[in-house]
Each structure stands twice: as structure tokens, then as C-alpha cells.
Design a protein around this ligand. Structure first.
Ligand code: IMP
Ligand code: MG
Length: 174
């Protein structure tokens, strides 16, 4: 069985949108400093591109989580594999995600981070699949809403491959 990748969003489209979201965040946080939290590994490519386009002072931190239970269906209950280096207390936090799918993992994660008492916390995602939502999650910044297709590129993987594609593609098996 071989895979083909069909382009859904080109590199130019993605870059243009990240620029717009970066400008929006810079306006919304004028006079403040933003603390970006990257959820590894998927969010890494997006966070780097976004951070470069934010003009207010930025600090960065990274965390890695894995879900309990079967790997195909996320339960939402997560285990911290790598925690943040810095406390969140008093910071204006933006959690940066690659994709919001069922919303299970993220709603659990956001609740956990809210306990650390940031001054504010927002969510920014590169992609959103609203048709797949099971748990309500409030997304503050979305680059693209996409249909219910399995996508790769810009940090998103299929069996750990394709994260490095500079565009978003749909995996087609034949
Ligand atoms: P959920 O919102 O708890 O269902 O989990 C979302 C996670 O599933 C994301 O952070 C991705 O790691 C993964 N995921 C969901 N949809 C896709 C996709 O289309 N391609 C690659 N990974 C995906
Ligand atoms: Mg993710």
C-alpha cells in the first residue's frame, strides 16, 4: 500500500494566514508580553512561524503529553511526558496547537493549565475540524477550518512522517 499526499493548503496560503494571525495577536496584546506554549511535537512548526510574526515581546515554553488508553481514540485523559520549564502564574498565555479534533485532549490540558493561575489564557490553532468536536473547546485564534480528512504537514504526522512538509496535505491511500 502506498500513500499519496494531495495539497489542501499551499505553503503560500498557510504563510499568509499565519502572518494575519500574528498581526492580530500583536494588536490584541499591545503593551503586554505573550507567553506561547507549544504542545509537542505537532505544534512546533506552527509556533515557530507564528512567534516570528508577533511584534510584542514573546517568551516560549514547551510541553509534551500523551493520552492514556488506546492510541486510535483519544480518551482525553493525558499524562505529562515533558512539563513546562516555567510557572504560568501572572502570565498572558497562548496555547499553540496544530489541530483541534475531538477537543478531548485540549479541554483536559487547558483545565490543567488554568490551575496554574495565568493572568489570561487563550488558544490558537493552525487547523480546526469542527465536524469532529465531541468536547466543547473555545478556540480564540484559528488559521483554517478544514473538513473531516486526515491531514499532514506543518508539524502534523502520519505514523511520524510528513511533519516537515511546508504545506498541509491530505493522505490518500491506494
Ligand atoms: P483530540 O482533539 O483529543 O481528538 O486530539 C487531537 C490530536 O490528534 C492532535 O493534537 C493531533 O495530534 C491528532 N490529530 C487529529 N487529527 C489529525 C490529523 O488530521 N492529522 C494528524 N494528526 C491529527
Ligand atoms: Mg497536537
Amino acid at each position: 500500500m502506498s500513500e499519496k499526499i494531495r495539497v489542501l493548503l499551499s505553503e503560500e496560503e498557510v504563510d499568509k494566514k499565519i502572518q494575519e494571525i500574528g498581526e492580530q495577536i500583536s494588536k490584541d496584546y499591545a503593551g503586554k508580553q505573550v507567553h506561547l506554549i507549544c504542545v509537542l511535537k505537532g505544534g512546533a512548526f506552527f509556533m515557530c512561524e507564528l512567534a516570528k510574526r508577533i511584534t510584542v515581546p514573546v517568551s516560549l515554553d514547551f510541553m509534551s503529553v500523551s493520552s492514556y488508553g488506546s492510541s486510535t481514540k483519544s480518551s482525553g485523559v493525558i499524562r505529562i511526558v515533558k512539563d513546562l520549564d516555567e510557572p504560568l502564574e501572572g502570565k498572558d498565555v497562548i496555547v499553540v496547537e496544530d489541530i483541534v479534533d475531538s477537543g478531548r485532549t485540549l479541554s483536559y490540558l487547558l483545565e490543567m493549565l488554568a490551575d496554574r493561575k495565568p493572568a489570561s489564557m487563550r488558544l490558537c490553532t493552525l487547523l480546526d475540524k469542527p465536524d469532529r468536536r465531541v468536547v466543547d473547546v473555545n478556540v480564540d485564534y484559528t488559521c483554517f477550518q478544514i473538513p473531516d480528512e486526515f491531514v499532514v504537514g506543518y508539524g502534523l504526522d502520519y505514523a511520524q512522517k510528513y511533519r516537515n512538509l511546508p504545506y498541509i496535505g491530505i493522505v490518500e491511500l491506494d
